[in-house]
Design a protein around this ligand. Structure first.
Ligand code: ATP
Length: 202
């Protein structure tokens, strides 16, 4: 029986929507993006190590990470990016495991991991990889409508992420979230839940 599902997809593919539908089926969501943000908020567990590594220039007045300052440093210095990731990744990993363990042994845990395919180490953690796929045109439309980003900014993010082909190659199942109503999407998620989480109970 599937207990740990890795959920991924490109920006605007509909990952968060699918995550919400899986939670409606009874899954516990572990959102790695939210964890990455939380550990660098004021009082977050990454803050002491970030200050030690990069100094007060990356600390915002509220005591959290000054993301704009950090972005500039990383943009100018590839070594800084490696140092930053070597601080954040183990902390994100530990907090992810902690939340999954807190869900209990019988829980179905969904790990929402935008860069699951890119980071490669998730395969060993999850039983199945679920990819939400959409055409780049649709990704672009959704993100512009949702966040008001400039199309170029969305395109730049898409270009940095894994290709649709690479993601699909890593998938145990793909939900093609294109021209689907939200109810049709919900139906697909329910079907997947029946296959993966409740096989033999139909
Ligand atoms: P990001 O990577 O930017 O967090 P995401 O992959 O989590 O994006 P969502 O936030 O789930 O994507 O979806 C992006 C937007 O598209 C949202 O506003 C969502 O409501 C909408 N959306 C997703 N799927 C559908 C659908 N099948 N029909 C209509 N709107 C949709």
């Amino acid at each position: 029986m599937v207990r740990r599902i890795g959920l991924t997809g490109g920006i605007g593919s509909g990952k968060s929507t699918v995550a919400g539908l899986l939670v409606a089926q009874g899954a516990v969501l572990v959102d790695t993006d939210a964890i990455a943000r939380a550990i660098a908020l004021p009082g977050g567990i990454a803050m002491p190590a970030l200050e030690a590594a990069f100094g007060p220039r990356v600390i915002a007045p509220d005591g959290g990470l000054d993301r704009a300052a950090m972005r500039q440093i990383v943009f100018a210095d590839a070594g800084a990016k490696v140092r930053l990731e070597s601080i954040l990744h183990p902390l994100i990993g530990a907090e992810t495991q902690r939340q999954a363990a807190a869900a209990g042994e019988d829980a179905v845990v969904v790990f929402d991991v935008p860069l699951l395919v890119e980071s490669g180490r998730w395969r060993a953690i999850v039983d199945r990889v679920l990819v939400v796929d959409a055409t780049e045109e649709t990704q672009l439309k959704r993100v512009v409508a949702r966040s008001g980003w400039a199309p170029e900014a969305v395109k730049a993010v898409i270009a940095q992420q894994a290709t649709r082909r690479a993601r699909r190659a890593a998938a145990d199942a793909v939900i093609f979230n294109e021209s689907l109503t939200l109810e049709e999407l919900a139906q697909q998620v329910r079907g997947l839940w029946e296959r993966w989480v409740r096989p033999g109970t139909r």
